[in-house]
Ligand binder design. Structure first.
Ligand SMILES: Cc1cc2nc3c(=O)[nH]c(=O)nc-3n(C[C@H](O)[C@H](O)[C@H](O)COP(=O)(O)O)c2cc1C
Length: 172
């Protein structure tokens, strides 16, 4: 599938079948995250992989947005690791972790897996329940699984702002 077709096909999947994610599928998704670009190649992302019931139940205590997926990833960055822009000290952790997450989401879609980028989680609960080292910042949860036979895009999927509302040529 070419990129345009893949990007057009992807949507936020919020209903999953019971079919497990295979080890090969999971490895492919994780590799896509590892080869993603990060500022100065600092690779500050840390990815927690949840494939067992115990961890998935804990995740359910942090968010209502697992949607019954048989696997999930929690993407963090280590606040000690990212690059800092010399002009103002702005650090790249959120951006780096987001690019990693997007790569993994697109790889999942290419494999026919479903996922949804989830930010609606309680970060303090994530830190506590998963005993996360305190330098890590949770950025995104990615439920992962095979879409249910009747999974379909939400109404929001088709709603995109007009070109002139988001793209500006040669000045605003
Ligand atoms: C940063 C970010 C945070 C999001 N958080 C959530 C979330 O917590 N729960 C959820 O169901 N969807 C979440 N989404 C999915 C968006 O609602 C979805 O991408 C958007 O409505 C467009 O729909 P589509 O992904 O089907 O094209 C999030 C997406 C992004 C990029």
């Amino acid at each position: 599938m070419d990129f345009k077709a893949l990007a057009t096909k992807r949507y936020s999947v919020r209903k999953f079948s019971r079919e497990p994610v295979t080890a090969a599928e999971l490895q492919a998704v994780l590799l896509a995250g590892r080869i993603a670009p990060t500022a100065a190649n600092r690779q500050p992302q840390r990815v927690l992989v949840l494939t067992e019931e115990e961890g998935l139940k804990k995740l359910d205590a942090c968010t209502s947005c697992r949607f019954g997926a048989p696997a999930a990833l929690i993407v963090f960055f280590d606040r000690d690791a990212p690059w800092a822009r010399p002009f103002d000290g702005e650090r790249s952790g959120w951006v780096d972790a987001s690019i990693v997450t997007d790569h993994m989401m697109m790889q999942a879609a290419d494999l026919g897996l479903g996922s949804t980028w989830v930010m609606h989680f309680d970060p303090a609960k994530v830190m506590e329940l998963f005993q996360v080292p305190e330098t890590l910042v949770p950025v995104a949860v990615l439920p992962l699984g095979h879409p249910a036979a009747d999974a379909e895009p939400s109404d929001r999927h088709a709603l995109r702002l007009g070109e002139t509302e988001t793209i500006f040529y040669n000045g605003f």
